[in-house]
Design a binder for this molecule. Structure first.
Ligand code: IMP
Ligand code: MG
Length: 189
């Protein structure tokens, strides 16, 4: 393995991720008796969703949605792929990789609330609250981080690094010059 590339700092290892997910799964399992619908936001939430749902001790249905930001700078968000399940009258937990500006969560709250779920909660693995543009209420938060870009455990830089079971802060200037800059440090070969 090459010497560490500047800017790389592992903030959670695999065991710390497991402990965090166990805690969140316990919190959610305690709140709902009739099971829940886990509404996962593609694509970054997938590793988290897989671990979270299996650590939960209650019945769940899993569904996916995808959103896109458009018109850069306007903060407007659009639904790219909707849920397939009707959430009316159901307990719903939105599962996100990270809440950053909060625009995604705020959009989803408004969009999903209109469908009259019995309850609507938000669970994210990472909360970067210093970057908030709109206030959002989060019910289950894995880890709070300062205003730095993170990769791993679903979080990507141009599609890379999602399958790492770590959470690491990186230098986006290094990545802008070479998106693969940390591959040598973070993968075995
Ligand atoms: P929002 O700004 O809260 O709407 O978050 C939008 C999306 O931006 C997240 O779901 C992530 O896909 C992406 N994102 C925000 N911050 C990071 C980061 O630090 N690493 C990787 N993706 C991020
Ligand atoms: Mg992304």
């Amino acid at each position: 393995m090459s010497a560490a590339t500047p800017g790389l700092d592992v903030i959670l290892d695999g065991r710390q991720i497991d402990a965090t997910v166990e805690r969140l799964a316990g919190e959610i399992s305690e709140r709902f008796n009739d099971g829940v619908i886990l509404a996962a936001v593609l694509r970054g939430s997938v590793p988290f969703l897989a671990d979270l749902s299996r650590a939960m001790t209650i019945h769940s249905l899993i569904d996916f949605l995808a959103i896109t930001k458009y018109e850069r700078g306007t903060g407007r968000v659009r639904l790219l792929k909707d849920l397939d399940i009707d959430i009316g009258g159901r307990d719903v937990v939105v599962v996100q990789d990270i809440v950053d500006t909060g625009l995604t969560s705020a959009f989803l709250r408004a969009e999903l609330q209109r469908r009259s779920p019995r309850s609507l909660s938000f669970c994210c693995f990472v909360d970067r609250s210093p970057a908030r543009v709109v206030p959002v209420e989060l019910d289950h938060v894995g880890v709070e981080i300062p205003d730095e870009f993170v990769i791993g455990y679903g979080l990507d830089y141009r599609g890379r690094y999602r399958n790492l079971k770590i959470l690491a802060t990186v230098d986006t200037r290094v990545l802008a010059a070479d998106p693969d800059a940390y591959v040598g440090d973070l993968y075995l070969s």
